[in-house]
Design a binder for this molecule. Structure first.
Ligand code: EPU
Length: 330
């Protein structure tokens, strides 16, 4: 059987392949694939491939949703409810919301990937997380059974959800329902965003979207030009006691309050270890944001894993903190 190239399905641009690649454009098409026995084991459902690190060729079936579209379900004075196909490009959805004056996802402008994966990953940026706009998630499992999960049942937390747990690997998101505000409740607690917005006479959804796009384009590499998967690690949370010890040693250490302790930007920890702009073979730590690992061209997944491990080791040795990948290793 000819193998299917995944080069255009992972934003690291890794030259890997799968035995089989199946796409579907409706729930009915997915059910047909499942009934027809085409989804052979092992299988993996992907979105835009912007959070995946393939360490080898995938020895099975890759599934990808092309269920697209934004359907207005209801509207009242304050809010709208919309049902969005999991295969819709995330930023197309954000643009649509901003154009319609619907507030709730504008700080998440320009995040790569698709709507289904956004709900799996609980994407977040500039003080906002997608879970706060999600109402329900619709799924079909490998046996063709439909289910609906309310947000409170999705175990959402920082870059995590029920759908990331291993027992949910055979549950595929088909639609995500969002509630968006018609009366804006802007989220402006990220200092660089508030500062950049000072140049606008008035804060609007459009101004926020434009500003977020500008900040991202300044700091983050465009995956079309340099292979990457955004933040490679999650920002670690340490205890208050650990933090006080670190702050005595590094008085300038940036930090944020987190529900279970103090969150420290992993990008800062990595930069302090001297990794910013450094490379190991064809894999490198991005020169403008140390939390991002990049494929400088021709890197393999293993090269990127090696660099990630070297970075983790340095951070552990210098600060005693274990940083964990945000990116999913396959
Ligand atoms: N910093 C450094 N050196 C660096 C990078 C960061 O010192 O090379 C320090 C700076 O003090 C900076 C602080 O870290 O003020 C925070 O950096 P930044 O605002 O760039 O955010 P981040 O914590 O590195 C997180 C998300 C990003 C999201 C931004 C903005 C995670 C894992 N990453 O990054 O999400 O865009 O905040 O809200 O939480 C992604 O998940 O792929 C992603 C890009």
């Amino acid at each position: 059987m000819t193998k299917y190239s995944l080069r255009n399905h992972n934003t690291f641009g890794l030259d890997v392949s799968a035995e089989r690649f199946l796409e579907y454009s409706s729930e009915e098409e997915l059910l047909e694939l499942l009934r027809g026995g085409q989804v052979t084991v092992p299988f993996l459902h992907i979105g835009g491939g912007s959070n995946l690190l393939f360490t080898q060729d995938y020895p099975g079936t890759i599934l990808h949703s092309c269920i697209k579209g934004i359907e207005l379900l209801s509207e009242d004075l304050d809010s709208v409810r919309v049902r969005v196909g999991a295969g819709t490009v995330w930023d197309d959805f954000v643009r649509y919301c901003v154009e319609h004056g619907w507030q709730g996802v504008e700080n998440l402008s320009l995040i790569p990937g698709e709507v289904g994966a956004a709900a799996v990953q609980n994407i977040g940026a500039y003080g906002m997380e997608v879970k706060d706009s999600i109402v329900r998630v619709e799924t079909i499992d490998i046996h063709g059974r439909k289910a609906t999960y309310r947000t409170e049942d999705c175990a959402y937390s920082y870059r995590h959800s029920l759908f990331k747990q291993s027992e949910m690997k055979s549950v595929f998101i088909t639609y995500v329902e969002f509630r968006l505000n018609k009366v804006p409740r802007y989220v402006l607690d990220y200092a660089a965003l508030t500062k950049a917005l000072e140049t606008y006479p008035q804060i609007t959804l459009k101004a926020i979207r434009e500003t977020v796009i500008r900040i991202r384009q300044d700091k983050l590499p465009d995956p079309q030009l340099i292979g990457n998967a955004g933040s490679f690690f999650m920002n670690p949370v340490v205890t208050h006691q650990q933090f006080e010890t670190l702050q005595r040693l590094y008085p300038g250490i940036p930090h944020y309050d987190a529900p279970s302790g103090v969150k420290i930007p992993a990008g800062w920890l990595i930069e302090q270890c001297g990794w910013k702009g450094k490379s190991l073979g064809s894999a490198a730590v991005y020169e403008k944001q140390a939390l991002v690992l990049v494929n400088q061209g021709g890197a393999t997944g293993v090269d990127i894993v090696r660099l990630g491990q070297a970075v983790q080791k340095s951070v552990k040795e210098k600060f005693g903190i274990n940083i964990q990948p945000e990116v999913m290793y396959i």
